[in-house]
Design a protein. Structure first.
Lengths: 288, 354
């Protein structure tokens, strides 16, 4: 059979290439460009090799913000995943309660991130905020703008408020997909509530929970807007997570080379953790 | 040992799911609940198991009222249409799970699981997880879990419905063997008349929440007490036509078919039910009647031919052994075996066979 040659087909392919190039490849390549060179403007570049990478890897400042970042991510995962599952388990399974709960749960997810930050900033202000004022009235010495512990507490509380719903919705979807026959079979066996949870519900939720943990890991690891508006990274550098530190370095100090190197390292850490986690979780899933 | 439903009724809000039902199932029997979807088979089983409470009526087991008794105390097991196994357990642990909960010793567990696994051809897969098995093997595991326990009552809710044809045939043949020499009552729900015939035992035909007829499977099949029961127990659907009888002579209302009969019923109009396999492309029996029809659809199912045809205003179904290809719209002659006709009166109750 003769194939007709029709170069017009390119018109179908090129837009995709252009789109991907503009939204992924070109910006990333700019960063790569800066990461290996030094520039003083005027489009003059000098080759620096891996100097910026070495500098970042050995920098105590980077270690500190990376440490803060991991600590923050682990704390919020540790709270949000069990809490999300617990809420999903206690939500009604049918009736009018379902849409009501789902809508209420979705509310925090619909609020723009900087609004969340601003809301919590005002909410937690020690003198006029409802939370801050109440805590002080109850006798706690609470001031998130000055005390490190309070700043962390507020940031974590804000993130839990903002994002636990996502875990709830995913877990709820996972729970709803379990056929009632499983519960009946467990009832016939005389399995306890705890056994039903660990032997049926958790294994059946494994896939959605993997997705929930991945999403929450990525989002929290890249968190910027909310702590930026809430604490601005302070007091001092106490809540300067990786993104906040990166922006300070790139735009505040205009250290473009080290900032670009840091961006790439940051990117690879996220990629690596996600890949390792996903591979571990899915290793026994067979070919389903 | 017996399971008895006394006037059991189930209503959910205003809707009646099960109309008052009386049934007595004896020990060492297979009892088939035969009916189309939504006829109440599952509800009835859940009431029998104690997973659901009847709105009215009582359930008696071994001369003991067990209405409202929790299912854990009832020593029942159940197999579902879906393949229900603990997803994280191996096949061995899955089969052993009902025993472990009741605290059977580990040596005994090993021995009993081994025996059941062999019976169900699972010995090779004891270390695999359900997700690594085929659908048939997953259902075998679920069956093994139900059998290992020595329950008094084993309920199977359309256990073969989700399997593909070949696996279904295979497991269906093994089923009667599995329940032999077991001191228990087996209840088996299915939508397929052929499955009921293959399993034997007793059959209850159900429709829209009512038990229509209960008795030995072959009796129910051969002597349906009503047209409804006959229809439930016929797949492809039974052909029904009105006839008139005067003396020995019977005929279709339009006089297109005439025959003589020896059955003793008074003259008048009746309905006759004719099972599809009693209308064939060839003559069968001593009392073969010719019927002319116009082919509507002709389809093959294995080595059988299913020919749908119209005659008058009615659609008819015939089932012949062998392969007969007919074109849509063809006029053709088929033969009905008048010895197998089932006669119903105007209230659709059985009056006579043959």
């Amino acid at each position: 059979m003769n194939k007709t040659i029709n170069q017009k087909a390119w018109f179908f392919v090129i837009p995709v290439f252009v789109l991907v190039a503009f939204n992924a490849v070109i910006p990333l390549m700019t960063v790569v460009n800066y990461a290996f060179q030094e520039t003083f403007g005027n489009n003059v570049f000098m080759w620096e090799g891996t100097r910026w990478f070495k500098q970042i890897m050995l920098s105590e400042r980077f270690h500190a913000s990376l440490g803060r970042q991991f600590l923050f991510t682990f704390i919020i995962l540790f709270i949000q995943i069990p809490l999300g599952i617990a809420i999903a388990l206690s939500m009604p399974k049918e009736g009018m309660g379902v849409p009501v709960c789902l809508v209420l749960m979705s509310m925090p997810l619909l609020i723009p991130w900087n609004v969340v930050g601003a809301m919590w900033n005002i909410f937690a202000l020690p003198d006029i905020g409802f939370l801050g004022h109440s805590l002080n009235a109850l006798g706690f010495d609470y001031n998130f703008t000055q005390q490190i512990g309070d700043a962390w507490f507020t940031t974590i509380l804000m993130d839990v408020w903002h994002w636990t719903s996502l875990v709830v919705l995913l877990s709820y979807a996972g729970l709803q997909s379990i056929q009632p026959a499983y519960y009946q079979a467990a009832e016939i066996d005389g399995a306890s509530r705890w056994a039903v949870f660990t032997k049926i519900e958790l294994p059946k939720m494994k896939k959605v929970l993997t997705i929930a943990i991945l999403l929450r890991f990525m989002d929290s690891f890249m968190i910027y807007t909310e702590p930026f508006v809430l604490t601005g990274g302070g007091p001092g550098n106490a809540t300067a997570f990786l993104s906040i530190d990166l922006v300070k370095m790139a735009l505040g100090q205009f250290d473009l080379g080290p900032a670009a190197a840091m961006s790439l390292i940051y990117f690879f850490i996220v990629l690596l953790v996600c890949w390792v986690f996903y591979t571990l979780m899915m290793r026994n899933e067979g070919n389903q | 040992m017996s399971l008895e439903l006394k006037n059991v009724e189930k209503k959910i809000e205003l809707e009646t799911h099960i109309y008052p039902t009386n049934l007595k199932l004896e020990k060492n029997t297979i009892n088939i609940l035969l009916g189309p979807t939504l006829s109440g088979k599952t509800t009835l089983m859940q009431i029998m198991a104690g997973l659901d409470k009847p709105t009215n009526g009582e359930i008696w087991f071994n001369e003991e009222n067990v209405t409202g008794m929790k299912v854990q105390k009832r020593n029942v097991s159940m197999v579902y249409q879906q393949f229900i196994n603990y997803p994280n357990f191996t096949v061995y642990d899955n089969i052993a799970s009902p025993l472990k909960i009741t605290g059977v010793g580990s040596d005994e567990i090993k021995q009993r699981v081994g025996k059941v696994a062999e019976l169900l051809k699972l010995s090779e897969m004891l270390n695999k997880k359900p997700s690594e098995l085929s659908g048939g093997q997953q259902q075998r595991t679920a069956l093994a879990r139900a059998l290992v326990k020595d329950s008094d009552l084993i309920l199977l809710d359309e256990p073969l419905a989700n399997l593909d044809f070949k696996l279904r045939e295979e497991l269906r043949e093994e089923l009667p063997k599995l329940f032999e020499d077991r001191d228990c009552i087996v209840v088996y729900a299915t939508t397929e008349p052929s499955e009921a015939l293959l399993l034997g035992g007793n059959t209850a035909t159900l429709l829209e929440g009512k038990v229509i007829q209960y008795g030995k499977t072959l009796d129910v099949y051969n002597k349906p007490n009503s047209l409804v029961s006959a229809q439930v127990f016929s797949d492809p659907p039974m052909n029904i036509t009105k006839i008139k009888k005067s003396g020995e002579n019977c005929s279709f209302l339009d006089n297109s078919v005439n025959w003589k009969t020896k059955i003793k019923i008074k003259d008048g109009e009746y309905k006759v039910g004719i099972r599809p396999h009693n209308i064939t492309t060839y003559k069968e029996g001593n009392n073969s009647l010719e019927i002319k029809g116009k082919v509507l659809i002709s389809e093959l199912s294995g080595s059988e031919s299913l020919i749908h045809f119209t005659k008058g205003d009615l659609n008819w179904v015939s089932l012949s052994n062998g392969i007969f290809q007919k074109n849509v719209g063809d006029e053709m002659n088929l033969y009905m075996n008048a010895d197998e006709f089932i006669y119903f009166d105007d209230k659709e109750r059985l009056v006579a066979n043959g």
